[in-house]
Design a protein around this ligand. Structure first.
Ligand code: CMX
Length: 134
């Protein structure tokens, strides 16, 4: 069902302040910034092998990332696994009793289809399924 880790999401207060560490010091290829209005975040994508690091900055005080930052401060926010059939993956998780945040795919960054599993179902780690995109 899962192909690989597509990306690790890291919650940050400011993309401008956090990008230099990843782009300039770690020298990770920087793929640009995109606003994902549906998730109320701006994301910066950086490449690492077949995977990516996604820096997440909230665009509104009611963004899930703003709430996370308020409670935990900056740090790892979620792990995203790539799937080739997101509807099928959601159906298997639901059948196995997992608690989905999204029972149908939503739009993620770079044209992906995404769905989140509630962290209460995944041992405290917010888990994302991610399909497609460019
Ligand atoms: N990782 C692990 N646990 C998390 C978490 C995270 N990122 N975010 C929240 N939680 C935990 C909280 O600590 C809390 O636990 P306790 O009850 O033990 O205190 C519990 O989940 C409920 O959290 P909450 O703060 O009350 O927040 P909400 O219920 O309002 O929302 C969540 C939590 C996960 C349902 C919500 O953040 C959500 O829907 N997330 C999915 C969407 C998202 O995160 N989008 C941003 C990224 C988008 C992208 O990558 O494009």
């Amino acid at each position: 069902m899962l192909q690989k880790i597509n990306h690790i999401g890291i919650a940050v207060q400011s993309l401008e302040d956090s990008l230099p560490f990843y782009r300039d010091i770690l020298a990770m290829p920087f793929a640009g910034v995109e606003e994902v209005a549906e998730q109320k975040v701006r994301v910066a994508m950086l490449g690492i092998g077949e995977s990516k690091i996604e820096l997440l900055e909230p665009t509104s005080p009611d963004s899930p990332v703003a709430k996370f930052l308020e409670k935990n401060g900056q740090g790892i926010h979620h792990i995203a696994y790539e799937v080739d059939d997101i509807e099928g993956a959601i159906a298997s998780l639901v059948a196995a009793g997992a608690r989905m945040i999204d029972d149908k795919p939503r739009s993620g960054a770079h044209g992906t289809k995404i769905a989140f599993v509630h962290p209460k179902s995944s041992n405290g780690v917010l888990t994302e399924l991610c399909q497609g995109g460019h």
